[in-house]
Design a protein around this ligand. Structure first.
Ligand SMILES: [Zn+2]
Length: 216
């Protein structure tokens, strides 16, 4: 759990909580205490507009890492702006909300992952990724219920599961599980919605690792 060493340069300047854990830049504070479940909405827009890392708050460089689970990946849509790849890796290895599938953020901070049908699908697999793009890699839009980011084709994808690098089998199993959940929802919206979903799933499949047997 304690894999903060060495911390990326940007994160070394972050304040720490009473346990000594760095408090990400996006976290909101209440009466002098950080609430890790709550995203500071103003920083979401500020970070994007000023091209700052979502985790350390410092200027981004050529590559950006979007922390996304399989549902966000399939929908190419996430509620949170990108971070430095090295800051994202620290979060993916340590953040309990990303590494523990049984932990849920408060409603206020849920990553707004929507299926094609517009229903909220809570991200509850342990699988997450650093979806690394070159350049800005996405765009901000508002579908009517708050800001979201459309994410573009990545430069590469790094996979994590339950606080560690994911095995190929974990990636395939969890990805398929998420795809099936979306199919179960979109089936109700008819064949066109389902076909649209299948093409989005197929577009993501190329970013899954080769299986050990090579039977992709
Ligand atoms: Zn950073």
């Amino acid at each position: 759990m304690n894999r903060f060493d060495p911390l990326p340069a940007g994160m070394r300047a972050l304040p720490t909580d009473e346990r000594g854990i760095p408090v990400p830049w996006f976290v909101d504070w209440f009466s002098g205490k950080p609430d890790f479940r709550v995203v500071d909405g103003r920083r979401l827009i500020e970070g994007w507009n000023r091209d700052l890392c979502w985790i350390c708050g410092k200027q981004l460089f050529a590559f950006r890492a979007w922390i996304v689970g399989p549902v966000s990946m399939i929908n190419r849509c996430t509620g949170e702006p990108p971070a430095h790849p090295e800051c994202a890796r620290v979060a993916l290895l340590n953040c309990p909300f990303l590494s523990n599938p049984h932990m849920k953020r408060s409603k206020a901070a849920l990553p707004a992952s929507h299926s094609g049908g517009g229903e909220l699908v809570e991200h509850n697999s342990g699988l997450s990724s650093a979806w690394i793009t070159r350049g800005r890699g996405g765009e901000l839009f508002d579908p009517g219920n708050g800001p979201l980011f459309r994410i573009f084709e990545p430069h590469k994808v790094e996979w994590f599961c339950k606080g560690a690098a994911a095995t190929d089998d974990e990636v395939h199993a969890e990805f398929e599980c998420a795809a099936q959940r979306l199919r179960d929802i979109d089936r109700r919206y008819g064949p066109a919605a389902l076909q649209n979903l299948e093409s989005r799933i197929a577009a993501c499949s190329k970013w899954l690792p080769e299986r050990g047997s090579g039977d992709r």
